[in-house]
Design a protein around this ligand. Sequence first.
Ligand SMILES: Cc1cc2nc3c(=O)[nH]c(=O)nc-3n(C[C@H](O)[C@H](O)[C@H](O)COP(=O)(O)O)c2cc1C
Length: 199
Amino acid sequence: MDFKDLVMQRYAARAYTGERIPEEKIEALLELVRWAPSGLNLQPWRIKVVEDAPTKGALMEAAFGQPQVGACSHLLVLCADSDLAGRIGELEQLMRQAGSPEKERRRVIALARDMVSRMAPAQALAFAQQQVFLALAHALLGARALGFDGCPMTGFDGARVAARLGLPPRLVPTAMCPLGFGTDRPALRVRFPREELCL
Ligand SMILES: Cc1cc2nc3c(=O)[nH]c(=O)nc-3n(C[C@H](O)[C@H](O)[C@H](O)COP(=O)(O)O)c2cc1C
Protein backbone atom coordinates (compact mmCIF):
# COMPACT_ATOMS: atom_id res chain seq x y z
CA MET A 1 0.00 0.00 0.00
CA ASP A 2 1.17 3.50 -0.83
CA PHE A 3 2.37 5.32 2.31
CA LYS A 4 -0.12 8.15 1.80
CA ASP A 5 -3.01 5.66 1.65
CA LEU A 6 -1.72 4.04 4.82
CA VAL A 7 -1.62 7.36 6.65
CA MET A 8 -5.09 8.32 5.47
CA GLN A 9 -6.63 4.92 6.26
CA ARG A 10 -5.20 4.64 9.78
CA TYR A 11 -7.55 5.77 12.50
CA ALA A 12 -7.93 5.26 16.24
CA ALA A 13 -10.03 2.09 16.31
CA ARG A 14 -12.02 1.59 19.50
CA ALA A 15 -14.45 -1.16 18.38
CA TYR A 16 -13.51 -4.45 16.74
CA THR A 17 -15.10 -7.42 15.02
CA GLY A 18 -14.05 -9.81 17.81
CA GLU A 19 -11.96 -11.83 15.36
CA ARG A 20 -8.55 -12.84 16.70
CA ILE A 21 -5.51 -11.44 14.89
CA PRO A 22 -3.38 -14.40 13.69
CA GLU A 23 -0.19 -14.87 15.66
CA GLU A 24 2.05 -14.44 12.61
CA LYS A 25 0.54 -11.00 12.00
CA ILE A 26 1.31 -9.98 15.58
CA GLU A 27 4.85 -11.24 15.06
CA ALA A 28 5.11 -9.25 11.82
CA LEU A 29 3.88 -6.15 13.63
CA LEU A 30 6.40 -6.54 16.46
CA GLU A 31 9.13 -6.84 13.85
CA LEU A 32 8.03 -3.50 12.35
CA VAL A 33 8.05 -1.96 15.83
CA ARG A 34 11.53 -3.32 16.52
CA TRP A 35 12.91 -1.25 13.64
CA ALA A 36 11.60 2.07 14.94
CA PRO A 37 14.27 4.76 15.26
CA SER A 38 15.38 5.91 18.71
CA GLY A 39 17.67 8.52 20.21
CA LEU A 40 21.22 7.18 20.46
CA ASN A 41 19.72 3.93 19.11
CA LEU A 42 19.08 2.88 22.71
CA GLN A 43 15.68 1.36 21.88
CA PRO A 44 14.60 1.99 25.48
CA TRP A 45 11.32 0.15 25.18
CA ARG A 46 9.85 -3.18 26.17
CA ILE A 47 6.41 -4.36 25.13
CA LYS A 48 4.00 -6.59 26.96
CA VAL A 49 1.62 -8.36 24.58
CA VAL A 50 -1.59 -9.17 26.43
CA GLU A 51 -4.15 -11.51 24.99
CA ASP A 52 -5.93 -13.16 27.92
CA ALA A 53 -9.32 -11.80 28.90
CA PRO A 54 -8.76 -11.44 32.67
CA THR A 55 -5.63 -9.33 32.19
CA LYS A 56 -7.27 -7.24 29.48
CA GLY A 57 -10.24 -6.74 31.83
CA ALA A 58 -8.00 -5.60 34.68
CA LEU A 59 -6.08 -3.25 32.38
CA MET A 60 -9.36 -1.85 31.08
CA GLU A 61 -10.17 -0.89 34.67
CA ALA A 62 -6.72 0.72 34.95
CA ALA A 63 -7.60 2.62 31.74
CA PHE A 64 -10.68 4.12 33.40
CA GLY A 65 -12.99 1.60 31.77
CA GLN A 66 -12.08 2.44 28.17
CA PRO A 67 -13.78 -0.45 26.34
CA GLN A 68 -11.24 -0.91 23.53
CA VAL A 69 -8.78 -2.33 26.08
CA GLY A 70 -11.10 -5.18 26.98
CA ALA A 71 -12.55 -5.70 23.50
CA CYS A 72 -9.34 -5.86 21.45
CA SER A 73 -7.75 -9.01 20.08
CA HIS A 74 -4.30 -8.19 21.45
CA LEU A 75 -3.18 -5.35 23.67
CA LEU A 76 0.31 -3.89 23.45
CA VAL A 77 1.53 -2.20 26.62
CA LEU A 78 4.53 -0.16 25.56
CA CYS A 79 6.91 0.48 28.45
CA ALA A 80 9.80 2.91 28.69
CA ASP A 81 13.04 1.41 29.97
CA SER A 82 14.33 4.14 32.26
CA ASP A 83 17.66 2.39 32.93
CA LEU A 84 19.52 4.10 30.11
CA ALA A 85 22.96 3.27 31.50
CA GLY A 86 22.01 -0.41 31.46
CA ARG A 87 20.70 -0.03 27.94
CA ILE A 88 23.99 1.50 26.78
CA GLY A 89 25.84 -1.53 28.11
CA GLU A 90 23.45 -3.81 26.24
CA LEU A 91 23.82 -1.77 23.05
CA GLU A 92 27.60 -1.97 23.30
CA GLN A 93 27.36 -5.75 23.52
CA LEU A 94 24.89 -5.88 20.63
CA MET A 95 27.15 -3.78 18.39
CA ARG A 96 30.09 -6.00 19.29
CA GLN A 97 28.14 -9.17 18.45
CA ALA A 98 26.76 -7.64 15.24
CA GLY A 99 30.27 -6.76 14.09
CA SER A 100 29.84 -2.98 14.02
CA PRO A 101 33.14 -1.29 13.18
CA GLU A 102 35.05 -0.67 16.41
CA LYS A 103 35.56 3.04 15.72
CA GLU A 104 31.84 3.57 15.17
CA ARG A 105 30.96 1.51 18.26
CA ARG A 106 33.33 3.50 20.45
CA ARG A 107 31.97 6.79 19.08
CA VAL A 108 28.31 5.85 19.59
CA ILE A 109 28.83 4.45 23.07
CA ALA A 110 30.97 7.37 24.25
CA LEU A 111 28.37 9.83 22.95
CA ALA A 112 25.57 7.91 24.65
CA ARG A 113 27.43 7.71 27.97
CA ASP A 114 28.22 11.41 27.84
CA MET A 115 24.61 12.42 27.07
CA VAL A 116 23.04 10.07 29.58
CA SER A 117 25.46 11.11 32.34
CA ARG A 118 24.01 14.61 32.07
CA MET A 119 20.43 13.45 32.61
CA ALA A 120 18.64 13.50 35.95
CA PRO A 121 16.48 10.39 36.49
CA ALA A 122 13.31 12.26 35.46
CA GLN A 123 15.01 13.39 32.24
CA ALA A 124 16.16 9.85 31.52
CA LEU A 125 12.60 8.60 31.90
CA ALA A 126 11.25 11.42 29.70
CA PHE A 127 13.87 10.56 27.06
CA ALA A 128 12.89 6.89 27.12
CA GLN A 129 9.20 7.76 26.89
CA GLN A 130 9.79 9.97 23.84
CA GLN A 131 11.27 6.97 22.07
CA VAL A 132 8.30 4.81 23.05
CA PHE A 133 6.03 7.11 21.06
CA LEU A 134 8.04 6.42 17.92
CA ALA A 135 7.57 2.71 18.54
CA LEU A 136 3.86 3.42 19.00
CA ALA A 137 3.72 5.19 15.64
CA HIS A 138 5.29 2.16 13.99
CA ALA A 139 2.70 -0.06 15.71
CA LEU A 140 -0.21 2.05 14.50
CA LEU A 141 0.88 2.37 10.88
CA GLY A 142 2.22 -1.18 10.88
CA ALA A 143 -1.13 -2.53 12.04
CA ARG A 144 -2.94 -0.83 9.16
CA ALA A 145 -0.30 -2.05 6.69
CA LEU A 146 -0.90 -5.59 7.93
CA GLY A 147 -4.68 -5.26 7.58
CA PHE A 148 -5.86 -4.51 11.10
CA ASP A 149 -6.22 -1.48 13.34
CA GLY A 150 -4.98 0.00 16.59
CA CYS A 151 -5.74 2.78 19.02
CA PRO A 152 -3.01 4.95 20.54
CA MET A 153 -3.66 5.39 24.26
CA THR A 154 -2.16 7.22 27.20
CA GLY A 155 -5.37 7.45 29.20
CA PHE A 156 -4.52 4.96 31.95
CA ASP A 157 -3.07 4.76 35.44
CA GLY A 158 0.49 3.65 34.82
CA ALA A 159 1.10 2.56 38.40
CA ARG A 160 -1.92 0.25 38.31
CA VAL A 161 -0.84 -1.17 34.96
CA ALA A 162 2.68 -1.80 36.24
CA ALA A 163 1.33 -3.50 39.38
CA ARG A 164 -1.05 -5.74 37.40
CA LEU A 165 1.71 -6.80 35.02
CA GLY A 166 4.30 -7.19 37.79
CA LEU A 167 6.77 -4.92 36.03
CA PRO A 168 10.14 -4.05 37.58
CA PRO A 169 10.55 -0.35 38.54
CA ARG A 170 12.82 0.38 35.56
CA LEU A 171 9.93 -0.33 33.15
CA VAL A 172 7.29 2.41 33.04
CA PRO A 173 4.03 1.83 31.12
CA THR A 174 3.89 4.76 28.71
CA ALA A 175 1.37 3.92 26.01
CA MET A 176 -1.11 1.22 25.17
CA CYS A 177 -2.17 0.02 21.77
CA PRO A 178 -5.26 -2.20 21.58
CA LEU A 179 -5.29 -4.09 18.28
CA GLY A 180 -8.13 -5.65 16.30
CA PHE A 181 -10.10 -5.51 13.10
CA GLY A 182 -11.78 -2.13 13.47
CA THR A 183 -15.51 -1.65 12.89
CA ASP A 184 -15.78 2.04 13.70
CA ARG A 185 -13.96 3.78 10.85
CA PRO A 186 -15.12 7.40 11.14
CA ALA A 187 -16.76 9.05 8.14
CA LEU A 188 -14.70 12.13 8.89
CA ARG A 189 -11.29 12.73 10.50
CA VAL A 190 -10.26 16.31 11.16
CA ARG A 191 -6.90 18.06 11.15
CA PHE A 192 -5.93 21.73 11.29
CA PRO A 193 -5.25 23.21 7.84
CA ARG A 194 -1.93 22.85 6.06
CA GLU A 195 -1.38 26.64 6.20
CA GLU A 196 -1.24 26.46 9.99
CA LEU A 197 1.32 23.69 10.07
CA CYS A 198 4.45 25.71 9.32
CA LEU A 199 5.46 28.84 11.23
C1 LIG B 1 -0.53 9.97 22.59
C2 LIG B 1 -1.97 9.67 22.32
C3 LIG B 1 -2.78 9.28 23.36
C4 LIG B 1 -4.11 8.93 23.12
N1 LIG B 1 -4.88 8.42 24.15
C5 LIG B 1 -6.12 7.99 23.89
C6 LIG B 1 -6.88 7.36 24.91
O1 LIG B 1 -6.45 7.18 26.05
N2 LIG B 1 -8.12 6.93 24.58
C7 LIG B 1 -8.64 7.07 23.32
O2 LIG B 1 -9.78 6.64 23.10
N3 LIG B 1 -7.94 7.66 22.33
C8 LIG B 1 -6.69 8.11 22.58
N4 LIG B 1 -5.95 8.67 21.58
C9 LIG B 1 -6.50 8.72 20.21
C10 LIG B 1 -6.80 10.13 19.72
O3 LIG B 1 -7.98 10.59 20.32
C11 LIG B 1 -6.89 10.11 18.20
O4 LIG B 1 -5.68 9.68 17.66
C12 LIG B 1 -7.22 11.50 17.63
O5 LIG B 1 -8.52 11.91 18.02
C13 LIG B 1 -7.13 11.57 16.11
O6 LIG B 1 -7.97 10.59 15.54
P1 LIG B 1 -7.40 9.51 14.50
O7 LIG B 1 -6.28 8.78 15.21
O8 LIG B 1 -8.58 8.60 14.23
O9 LIG B 1 -6.93 10.24 13.30
C14 LIG B 1 -4.64 9.04 21.81
C15 LIG B 1 -3.81 9.46 20.77
C16 LIG B 1 -2.50 9.73 21.01
C17 LIG B 1 -1.61 10.10 19.85
